[in-house]
Design a protein around this ligand. Structure first.
Ligand code: CAA
Length: 296
C-alpha cells in the first residue's frame, strides 16, 4: 500500500486523510468542490496544531503529514495510481453506487475499494463493480484522529485476503479494527442509533429535558457526550437515514424514527453542521439548549 485516495472532503474524509498521511502514506484527498478541499486542509492543519500543542506529535511530524497530502478535483487522475481508495462521500445510496461504478473503471485492477459508509450495504455497493471481492467497509468513527475503532465490514463476496489486508492496515494506522458482517447498521449503528432514538423519544414524551437526559447518560453511564449532544455531533440527517436503513432492512417497528427527529430534519435543524439541533451552537465552545426545548 503506497498511494491512498480518499473520496469526499467532508467531516469524515478530512479525518481519514489526516490519519493516513500521519501514518506515512501518500494520500490524495478528492472532492468535486475546490472550496471543500480548501476547508478540509484548513481543518487538518488546525487539528495537527492541536496535536502539536498537546505534545502528542512534533512540529516535524505535522510538516511531514502535510507534505504527504495532496488535493484534487480530478477523480480519474488521482485514482489511476491508487492502491486503496476510501470513499467518504455523502451517505446517499445512488451517489455511492455511481462513485463505485466510476472507481471500478478508473482504479487499477489490484486496487481495493473501501467505503466509510455508516449503514449502506457493502454487498450492494460491491455489486456496482466488477471486483466485488475487492470491495470492503472501512467505517471510521468521528473524530477520526481520536477514535480508535475501525469497523471492518465484509460484504458477501469480500475475499479473505482483502479482509486481512484491511485489518492489518487499520493496525498500521494505530487503530483497533473489529471485523463484522454486512447486515443493516453493522454493529456500531445497530446499537448506537436505537439508543439515540430512545433518547429523542424520552424528550418527545416529556420524561425529561435535553440537559437532564444528557446528564443522566454522561454521569450515570460514563458516556463522553450525552445521546442528544452526540446526535447533534453526528448530524440529525445522518441519524435519521441510518434509522431508516435499520427500519427497512429488518422490517421491525422498534427502529421507527421518532417523529420529533423527522420534524427536526425537515426543519433543517441538523445539529453542529447547521448551528442548531437539540443545542444551539452560536458559540460552538458553549452550546446552550436550543430555544425550542428551553423550559417555558
Ligand atoms: N483531531 C485531533 N485531535 C482531536 C480532535 C480532532 N478532530 N478532536 C479532539 N481531539 C483531541 C484533543 O486534542 C484531546 O487530546 P488529549 O486527550 O491528548 O488532550 C482529546 O481529543 C479530547 O478533546 P477535548 O479535550 O477537546 O474534548 P473532549 O474531552 O470533550 O473530547 C471528544 C472530545 C473526543 C469528541 C469526546 O467528547 C468523545 O469521545 N465524544 C464521543 C465521540 C463519539 O461517540 N464518536 C462516535 C460517533 S458515531 C460515528 O462516528 C459513526 C457513525 O456512523 C455515526
Amino acid at each position: 500500500m503506497k498511494q491512498i485516495v480518499v473520496i469526499g472532503a467532508g467531516q469524515m474524509g478530512n479525518g481519514i486523510a489526516h490519519v493516513f498521511a500521519q501514518s506515512g502514506f501518500s494520500t490524495a484527498l478528492v472532492d468535486i468542490r475546490q472550496e471543500s478541499l480548501d476547508k478540509a486542509m484548513a481543518t487538518i492543519s488546525k487539528n495537527l496544531d492541536r496535536q502539536v500543542s498537546k505534545g502528542s506529535i512534533t512540529e516535524a511530524t505535522k510538516t511531514e503529514t502535510l507534505q504527504r497530502l495532496s488535493t484534487s478535483t480530478d477523480m480519474a487522475a488521482s485514482c489511476a495510481t491508487a492502491d486503496l481508495v476510501v470513499e467518504a462521500a455523502t451517505e446517499n445510496i445512488d451517489l455511492k453506487l455511481k462513485i463505485f461504478a466510476d472507481l471500478d473503471r478508473m482504479a487499477p485492477a489490484h486496487c481495493i475499494l473501501a467505503s466509510n459508509t455508516s449503514s449502506i450495504s457493502i454487498t450492494r455497493i460491491a455489486a456496482a463493480t466488477q471486483r466485488p471481492e475487492k470491495v470492503i467497509g472501512m467505517h471510521f468513527m468521528n473524530p477520526v484522529p481520536v477514535m480508535k475503532l475501525v469497523e471492518v465490514i465484509r460484504g458477501y463476496s469480500t475475499s479473505n485476503d482483502v479482509t486481512s489486508t484491511i485489518l492489518q492496515l487499520s493496525l498500521n494506522l494505530g487503530k483497533s479494527p473489529v471485523e463484522v458482517n454486512d447486515l443493516p447498521g453493522f454493529v456500531a449503528n445497530k446499537i448506537l442509533m436505537p439508543m439515540i432514538n430512545e433518547a429523542i423519544y424520552t424528550l418527545y414524551e416529556g420524561t425529561a429535558g435535553v440537559e437532564e437526559i444528557d446528564t443522566v447518560m454522561k454521569l450515570g453511564m460514563a458516556h463522553p457526550m450525552g445521546p442528544l449532544r452526540l446526535a447533534d455531533f453526528i448530524g440529525l440527517d445522518t441519524c435519521l437515514s441510518i434509522l431508516r436503513v435499520l427500519h427497512d432492512g429488518f422490517g421491525n417497528p422498534k427502529y421507527a424514527p421518532c417523529p420529533l427527529l423527522v420534524n427536526m430534519v425537515t426543519a433543517k435543524k441538523l445539529g453542529d453542521k447547521t448551528g442548531e439541533g437539540f443545542y444551539n451552537y452560536a458559540d460552538p465552545k458553549n452550546p446552550v439548549v436550543a430555544a425550542f426545548f428551553q423550559k417555558k
